[in-house]
Every structure is written in structure tokens, then in C-alpha cells.
Design a protein. Sequence first.
Length: 320
Amino acid sequence: MFYSVFSHFSASSKLKLIGLIQSALAKHLQNLKSAFCASKNGFEASEWRSSCEMYAVLVYQAVCIAESSSGSSIATAAKTKASNSAFDWSHIRIALLENLKLFASFSLGRIFDSSADRESVTTCIVKSAHKVLENPENVTKSLITRKAVLEVLCECAKSQGYYQGLKVFVQQDLIYSEHLAEPIAELMKMLFETEDSGCLELCEEILKSIGSQRFNSQESATSTKSAAIFFAKFSSICSKEALRTLSLFIEQLDSEAYVIRMAMVEVIGVLIYYLMTQEDRSDNVKAQTKSLFFALEERFHDTNSFVRSKTLQVCCDLAK
């Protein structure tokens, strides 16, 4: 009901209403935080249950409308060459994402008796943040927005145990959204850095799932390119964890898709460089380095010229 009514508002009215929702959410969270801090003598969860559910749903619907309006107004502005007509809610969006992160950090288990109710609210938080990621403009042109969204998703996993739900989002994004490959690699880095056992297990499950996927020339070009970008980005920003979990996706070195093999050659090169720059010179490190060099050398015999060229380029970069 709210969505259908809200969608007919003018651009200025939408911005004002979204701003009011953001301000109301911020006030609600501050009051909730104060209630948690003053709960030594007991916490009345029933007083907050319905309001938390209401804000979770309301924010998601508001984000959907805002992102839809933002996308349509940009398209209209492009056609009419009138850039000032674009719907811009970026200043509200950052504040809203910061509040969603705060929302996710609270102990929602103290408010909701059932795990299903808590997960329902967490899902709304995740879907609100993820909706922002769906717009490539938000990912490529605003690093602040990108980081804020990833922090919300990471907080939901760490504080609310939203592991399986987030896993589904990540797997779908890698299949259907090429522009999310690098952000997902950055999310993996954040999850590893939490050192939360559930987050670490989630990362390994995601890597295992991608590593066992079969890519070939008949498959969607989007999923293949997305996975290739993910592997390369993940290894470059999270080399230590990439090396530790390499066994989960090393089989992609023999993938039927040459794009994946090229990405894996890049991964091997990054890991060799990582090992060579470490102070540790133990026999184990030397054995790992030798093994990776052997895997890299094998790619000189690859049937695809692009992969062989990539291998030569990686070797040249290592020599430098």
C-alpha cells in the first residue's frame, strides 16, 4: 500500500518523505540504544517489537522507491540532456545506510522471541542495502556508498548470524550481476577480518561453491566474467586468505572457459608475489612457491593463446 502511494509522489516530495523516514529511524535507534543501556533492571521487548518490524519494512520500501526514481530520472535526464532533473538522494542514502548498520549491530534476539521474526527483520535490512548495490552507478561512482552497503551486509552476518541468507545473495549476484564481482570480493575481505567463526565458514562455503562451478563456452558470459573478476580481485586484496583457501577453487585452473583460466593465472601470480615478499623463508613456504611456479609454468602449454599471453605477462611482472 505504502509503495503504490509513494510511487506517485513528485521528486521533491519523495526526497522530503525519505528524509523524514531516515530521521525517524535514527531517532528510533537512539531510543532503542538508550533502552538497551538502561536495561539492567529488565528490558521490555514488547514495547519495541512492532516498531522495529515497522521500520525495517518501511525503510526497504522507501529504498526501493528511491532507487527506482533515481534510475528513471537519470535515464530521463540523459534523453533530455537536463542533468538537473535527476532524482538525487545520495546525501540521505549514506545516513540511512549508517543507521541500517547500527540497526543490524543491536542484539535483536532480546527483542524478538522467535528466530523467524528476527530473521525477517534482518532480511529487510539486507534487502534494503542490497537494493542500493543493484544500481551499477552506486557501485562504480560512489566508493563511500559501496563501502557503507558492504558494512551493513557484514554486520548482518556477524551480529545476526545471517549466513545462509547472505550466501544466497552472493551466489546470485555472481551469476547475474557482473558489476558486483569486485564488491563481493571486498565483502569477503570484511567477513574474513571479523574473525567470526560463522563468517569464516560462510566465506569458505562461498569459495567452495564458486570453485566447484563448471564454466564453459555455452554458459552465460555474465557468470563467467563475474567469477573471473571475483577471483582476481579476491586474491589481490585478500592474498593471505586466498592462499589458505586455494584448495577450494584451484580446480578452476583447468576450467573449460579460457576467461576463468586467465583469471586463475593472475591469482597464481599474485600468490607467488605474496609468498616472495614474506619474511618467512621456511621450507613450507619454499615448497608452496615452487608448487605455484609449477602450476604457472603449465599454463605456457595452454590451448588458448590468450591464456599463454597472460601467463607470459604474469611472469614478466614477477621478474620485475
